[in-house]
Write a protein that binds this ligand. Structure first.
Ligand SMILES: NC(=O)c1ccc[n+]([C@@H]2O[C@H](COP(=O)([O-])OP(=O)(O)OC[C@H]3O[C@@H](n4cnc5c(N)ncnc54)[C@H](OP(=O)(O)O)[C@@H]3O)[C@@H](O)[C@H]2O)c1
Length: 400
């Protein structure tokens, strides 16, 4: 018997909730709580009669620790899954600490007024979570998330030390719009319009946005342009993976997306600084979000595949060795299964699996952790079981 409180009911949460409901022997009782109650209720209606999982719903403003804490006291969950936005991370962690409940999220904390995400705010909770005997599992989506599990798995089974990691995130899906984002537009645009960076020989090297471009021939997709970005798992993997000398993250973007983004940036529409408009303060990026297609509406129109994985270069028994571990996911199959496209699917499935790891105590230690700090094997098995099968290639094309 377990009870899971799921906060948020957007693209990622909807997939995670569908998957929890498929896995009802672990998730026999869930509560969906979000800012807009009607979204929670309509998802519960959609799932009615299709699952053994008992589902209740609630309205909560997760910007308010006391509201989350009150809901925890009322529902008494074993775990809180934070699938709302990164801005709520600390408030929800505070509520979990106050009520003595474990915590999971998929994206690290970012203050609303500064587009800079890093782990320092959440890592600062380590002692308090340890002392309270509860676990916080950070960044348990695909990237971050599965990319950390792939890294721990490669280190455990294929390498004595990993010296180079390139994380490659390719979305070759086509939704037919000239410009739309595949997950929350505000979070997505803040991420891709920020300066790039990678970690090398103990230091961060900063680049201009989209300054470093490579072309890569992705298995099951073909050649795509990809660009170096800063990404949150670089920070934790650089600390947690033995022998690491350099770690980089690349994401593919089509020309239409980049041209639109440049233009929006040039006119100031991606800014997060409030401006006055007709006597009222508005944040340009939040206004842009209101104009763009809702990512959850992309599901029925998106065709094509995603390929996300990691290329590892390191040593085994003194010999140089390479290994590429990746998952290919098909947008249309995801939509058929859970009514969402692959970007939400590849995040929501690992969130459900991470929650399963904590609830079944396959991953059990008190404190605040990133996924690569746990045994990767049960998670890797679960990826195959729950819709994200992975492949290994020991002679991959490398990125220069
Ligand atoms: N690790 C990865 O691989 C990965 C990949 C993609 C996304 N992500 C992360 O996944 C998370 C969810 O993304 P998404 O695309 O699902 O976003 P989304 O569709 O915008 O959904 C966000 C949900 O959170 C709710 N919410 C927002 N503020 C809230 C508050 N103060 N109190 C309660 N609920 C609140 C929203 O409620 P309303 O319905 O009222 O707006 C909505 O239901 C984000 O943190 C994103 O960064 C991680």
């Amino acid at each position: 018997m377990s009870k899971t409180l799921i906060i948020g009911c957007g693209g990622v949460a909807s997939v995670a909730i569908h998957k929890c409901c498929q896995n009802s022997s672990v998730f026999d009782d869930i509560m969906i709580a979000s800012r807009t109650l009607s979204k929670c209720d309509s998802l519960r209606e959609k799932l009615r009669g299709k699952t053994e999982t008992r589902i209740s719903t609630a309205q909560v403003n997760a910007d308010k620790t006391e509201e989350v804490a009150a809901l925890i006291r009322e529902y008494k969950p074993d775990l809180v899954m934070n699938l709302a936005l990164p801005y709520q991370d600390l408030k929800i962690m505070d509520a979990c600490l106050a009520e003595g409940v474990s915590y999971l999220d998929t994206a690290n904390y970012e203050p609303e007024d500064t587009a800079k995400f890093e782990y320092k705010w959440q890592w600062a909770y380590r002692d308090r979570f340890r002392q309270a005997g509860i676990t916080a599992l950070l960044g348990c989506g695909f990237d971050p998330g599965v990319t950390g599990v792939f890294s721990a798995y490669a280190l455990k089974h294929h390498f004595d030390e990993i010296n180079y990691i390139d994380i490659l995130d390719c979305n070759a899906g086509d939704h037919g719009y000239p410009f739309a984002t595949n997950f929350n537009p505000e979070i997505n645009i803040r991420e891709v319009s920020a300066k790039g960076s990678y970690w090398e020989n103990g230091k961060w090297i900063e680049t201009d946005p989209m300054q470093i471009k490579r072309v890569y021939n992705f298995p099951e997709i073909g050649e795509r342009d990809m660009y170096l970005l800063h990404h949150e798992e670089l920070e934790s993997l650089a600390l947690n993976i033995k022998g690491i000398k350099r770690i980089r993250f690349f994401m593919t973007f089509g020309q239409s997306y980049l041209t639109h983004l440049k233009c929006l940036e040039n006119v100031g529409m991606t800014s997060i600084k409030p401006v006055m408009y007709e006597g009222r303060e508005i944040v340009p990026l939040q206004f842009l979000k209101a104009l763009l297609p809702d990512p959850s509406s992309l599901g029925p129109r998106t065709k094509g595949k995603t390929n996300i994985g990691c290329i590892f270069r390191g040593k085994k028994n003194g010999e140089e060795k390479n290994c590429y571990i990746y998952n290919v996911c098909d947008h249309e199959s995801c939509f058929k299964e859970v009514g969402s496209q692959a970007v939400a699917y590849t995040t929501g499935v690992p969130a459900m699996i991470g929650a399963e790891m904590l609830l079944t105590k396959k991953w059990a230690k008190p404190g605040v952790f990133n996924v690569e700090e746990f045994d990767p094997d049960p998670f890797m098995d679960a990826l195959n079981k729950w819709g994200l099968p992975w492949k290994e290639n020991f002679n991959p094309e490398l990125v220069d």
